[in-house]
Design a protein around this ligand. Structure first.
Ligand code: 3SL
Length: 246
């Protein structure tokens, strides 16, 4: 097994794919996806384009459909929900499908969706991802940060490092044997530096600061809870994530 870290979707090599590709958008799309599936949502369908989202979701029973739209950290006008994991309570999402479009996270998912196995990771479900990797040992694994509009995001690369650290601990494989690129090694160093205080990692991050400016400190605190949920989001059909029974 070789783990490759790509800071943004733009860095993913074209024309090839991995055996397993993992999208990471800690703040906040992949934290929201994990929370919604853990709370009993039927699935989360990701879109980069808002109009395609609306047209696709029209065919769905309105009582079982939640349109989640976020741009620049704010709820898209006319959508049912923004992108806060704190809104994904069982009362709100159980048995519903979330039709989701966010600034960067859903773009990252779109870029890896043709991989044979697609997962999502956040700090809150890190251990579920680690357990999957240790058990199945896919030959090549991509950990793809969502970044922010093409640039690097500290928190996504930190989460990639947390996943690699978990695999190191649980598999006994050495970092040199596991790391597929230099980014994988540096992500572990980043994670180790902040592992005891992930909120402080968020406070250094430009998107963390953006969310703090919007008064969303509670979202940061929630997303910083390492291994909080035992849920593994896995792509069942292109763009549709469900709770894994793997
Ligand atoms: O960029 C994204 O996809 C979002 O997760 C951003 S936000 O945290 O909802 O503002």
């Amino acid at each position: 097994m070789k783990l490759f870290v790509y800071h943004t979707p733009e860095r993913v090599p074209p024309q090839v794919t991995a055996d397993c590709a993992i999208a990471i958008d800690v703040l906040r799309a992949t934290s929201t996806i994990a929370t919604a599936l853990d709370a009993g949502a039927e699935g989360v369908q990701a879109f980069s384009d808002l109009e395609i989202l609306i047209a696709t979701s029209e065919a769905w029973d309105p009582a079982r459909r939640i349109r989640v739209g976020e741009r620049g950290g704010k709820t898209v006008e006319g959508f049912d929900m923004g992108n806060s994991p704190l809104d994904c309570t069982p009362e709100r999402v159980k048995q519903s499908r979330l039709f989701m479009s966010t600034t960067n996270g859903t773009r990252a998912l779109e870029c890896i969706r043709s991989a044979p196995i697609v997962l999502t990771a956040a700090f809150i479900n890190r251990d579920a991802v680690v357990q999957y990797l240790v058990k199945h040992q896919p030959e090549t694994v991509w950990l793809v940060g969502s970044g922010w509009e093409g640039s690097y995001s500290l928190e996504d690369t930190g989460c990639a490092g947390a996943v690699i650290e978990g695999v190191l601990e649980q598999s006994g494989i050495s970092l040199d044997a596991l790391a597929g690129n230099d980014e994988a090694v540096s992500s572990v160093t980043l994670y180790r530096n902040f592992q005891d205080d992930l909120v402080s990692l968020f406070k250094h991050a430009s998107h963390g600061k953006r969310l703090l400016g919007l008064g969303l400190y509670e979202d940061l605190e929630y997303c910083a809870q390492l291994d909080f949920l035992d849920v593994l989001p896995v792509q069942r059909e292109q763009g549709v994530l469900v709770k894994s029974i793997l």
